[in-house]
Write a new protein. Sequence first.
Length: 217
Amino acid sequence: MILTIERISSLAIALLAFAGLFMQAGFHKGKYYLGTFSYYTNLSNLITMIYQVMIFVSGFAAGSFYGAVTGAAVRFSLTLMIWVTHLIYHFLLVPDFKKRKGPDFNREWRQFENLDVHYAVPLLALLQWLVCADKNVPLWATAAWLLIPLAYLAFAMIRGWILGPNPKSGVYRYPYTFMDLDEQGIKNWTRNILMAFAFYVVLGLVLYGVSWIFRII
């Protein structure tokens, strides 16, 4: 029964992620928005989409392939990866966007693609983990998963260095305000990054604590 729920949820999450990314990129309007896949939101949704397809396919094969795809540490890490998308957006970026965009914010916030990639996909992936995933998560996974946001930080900074100040392409040099080295300066940038990673550590420990509770009840 759990595997059936898992297959259905993995297919639903993959389709939702695809729909959100399709619209975020502007394909439904016959165009492509430059810089779409420079954002953590869209990259994490893309990885989640691919991973959920793998869960769906491996669920029919079972055996070692299914075990490798749905291993406790892997699934824990990818669940945290997409859950961060929701938390950072809702609690950090939304207040900033409200101040910057004013009345236009509510209209943009209500768009399907925005709610889809920032709320629906992350929260459904978290729910799927709670219901279906192996909770025998090793403690080292709470540190190993930090390689994902660390890799994104490296990507964002290298991209910003390549684009240089005032990129002619019209895309933002840095995807997010809190990691914008030009606007923040080295002191504030360092503070923001350290605070973000401290939050990631706490978040990993919280989800590990949840997995531990599931193991003892």
